[in-house]
Design a protein around this ligand. Structure first.
Ligand SMILES: Cc1cc2nc3c(=O)[nH]c(=O)nc-3n(C[C@H](O)[C@H](O)[C@H](O)COP(=O)(O)OP(=O)(O)OC[C@H]3O[C@@H](n4cnc5c(N)ncnc54)[C@H](O)[C@@H]3O)c2cc1C
Length: 458
């Protein structure tokens, strides 16, 4: 007979979003089962330890952008500790015309930097007096050129967007992709004036926890995943679940799937999908085509990440967060992070760990390269850009993400409307994950907690 289980909530996906949601629900005594296709929890997050290197696959670091991040670590403190990056992480490098230059952090360095044009350096003085935008669908590129000038777009924002979204600032719509920046202009009329005013405004005690520092977990992000799994209990996380499909019968959801060859079904009053946008139709065949298409059209950037570990570092100084490469420079990598410079114990003493990113929305073609071709390309680029030509890395690992980073472009309005419509029409069904509410780990933690609280407080 087919195993049939009952639970209050089913969560599809044991990535960070699903695990955080389950952690808070279970803490309140609500029963949860997570249904995961993979053979391990964590989704795109995974830490690999090899030859003295602590290598992150997927995200290397997050930003303490919401108090929920700090509160999650407080909650898990018996098993996991937040790791805040040392001050080196404040230094960011940008590649221009054959060399790295520090991204200016203050007025004096902004005047002296070779990154921005002479005209734009003067133009910036007028930024507080420029009119605010009126087009709600303005792209990040349009906004930045309008307020700050083209060289800021090319040598600050374009590489910054590559680093976060692996995306194209001309396609990302500011109010969806960088909502805080959008609100800054809309509320205060200026980035510079708004930032100054915001600093002087009194802050609620809780929001002071959002320090905007760079974080990881001590020993690697896997420790955050492992601690969540421990709190949830492995009996509540069903792995290797194939062909997951949900049906809906009079406000009760039935989630059917195969575990090995055994068909299993779970009934619940609530179902939360954290699975992303691509398989929404096979997961929820009862949702109408029009709404499904509006969600499915969300485009994802493909990203290849290459970790390089050197037991003895002989290249240029890597005492910084990392280096980003503007599209205009026509290099083959998007950027490189230096995790061993700002977190302890990520590489043997005297060594260095690099995390190189390539591909993204502008360079889909790299995704189809073979591993040998990627290795060669990265060795050539890093060899030249960090002065380690001919020196082989002691450890080299390649990770591929076909649906790495969702792109919040102008289709976002339609997608968000479709999500609201579906949730209203099927009470108990929650469409979550990175199809809404932001792309970073902090956004996922905030969303997971908010969903759990909504269910708990109903
Ligand atoms: C290469 C890369 C670099 C990143 N860098 C950063 C960074 O520097 N800083 C930062 O803050 N964030 C970064 N992120 C984003 C961050 O990692 C994600 O926001 C977060 O980990 C996503 O968690 P999630 O649970 O929403 O999704 P996922 O981790 O994708 O988890 C979704 C889970 O659902 C499962 N699933 C999907 N479909 C089905 C199905 N049909 N049936 C059953 N299970 C299913 C998947 O197997 C997966 O385990 C990066 C992401 C990538 C890919």
């Amino acid at each position: 007979m087919e195993p049939h289980l009952k639970t209050n909530v089913v969560i599809i996906g044991a990535g960070l979003t699903g695990l955080v949601t389950a952690h808070y629900l279970l803490k309140s005594g609500i029963s949860v089962k997570i249904v995961e296709r993979n053979n391990r929890p964590g989704g795109v997050m995974q830490t690999i330890k090899e030859q003295g290197f602590t290598i992150e696959a997927g995200p290397n670091t997050g930003v303490v952008s919401h108090p929920e991040i700090v509160e999650l670590f407080e909650d898990l403190k018996a098993d996991c500790t937040i790791d805040i990056a040392n001050p080196e992480a404040k230094k960011r490098l940008i590649w221009k015309e054959g060399a790295w230059h520090a991204l200016p952090s203050g007025l004096f360095s902004a005047i002296n930097t070779p990154l921005f044009s002479f005209g734009d350096k003067f133009r910036i003085l007028g930024e507080p007096f420029r009119k605010k935008g009126t087009n709600p669908d303005e792209s990040i590129a349009e906004l930045v050129v309008r307020r700050m000038g083209k060289s800021y777009l090319n040598y600050a924002i374009d590489p910054f967007i590559s680093g976060i979204y692996a995306g194209d600032p001309a396609k990302l719509v500011t109010r969806f992709a960088l909502p805080k920046l959008y609100k800054l202009e809309q509320t205060y009329g200026s980035f510079i004036g708004g930032s100054i005013k915001k600093k002087s405004e009194p802050k609620e005690e809780r929001s002071k926890k959002a320090t905007r520092e760079v974080f990881s977990a001590k020993g690697g992000l896997q420790n955050l995943i492992d601690s969540l799994v421990k709190s949830i209990g492995t009996e509540n996380i069903l792995l290797n679940c194939k062909d997951v499909a949900v049906s809906n019968d009079n406000k009760i959801f039935n989630t059917a799937f195969l575990m090995g060859n055994i068909p299993v079904s779970l009934t619940s009053e609530k179902i939360i999908s954290t699975a992303g946008g691509k398989e929404i139709d096979s997961l929820f065949p009862f949702i109408g085509q029009e709404k499904i298409q509006a969600i499915k059209q969300l485009e994802y950037a493909k990203v290849i990440q290459v970790a390089l570990g050197y037991r003895q570092w002989k290249g240029i100084s890597v005492n910084a967060f990392g280096g980003l490469v503007p599209s205009k420079e026509k290099r083959r990598i998007l950027g490189v992070l230096f995790p061993s410079s700002f977190f302890e114990n990520r590489a043997p003493i005297g060594g260095a760990l690099l995390s190189v990113f390539l591909g993204g929305i502008k360079h889909d073609e790299f995704y189809s390269l073979k591993d040998e071709e990627i290795q060669l390309l990265v060795e050539e680029e890093i060899g030249e850009m960090l002065n380690v030509k001919g020196i082989k890395a002691d450890v080299l690992k390649i990770f591929r993400y076909q649906y790495a980073i969702p792109q919040y472009t102008k289709t976002s309005e339609q997608r968000l409307e479709a999500i609201s419509f579906v949730q209203k029409n099927y009470p108990g069904l929650i469409l979550a994950g990175n199809i809404r509410d932001g792309i970073g780990m902090g956004d996922r933690i905030k969303q997971g907690r908010a969903i759990a609280e909504e269910i708990i407080n109903k």
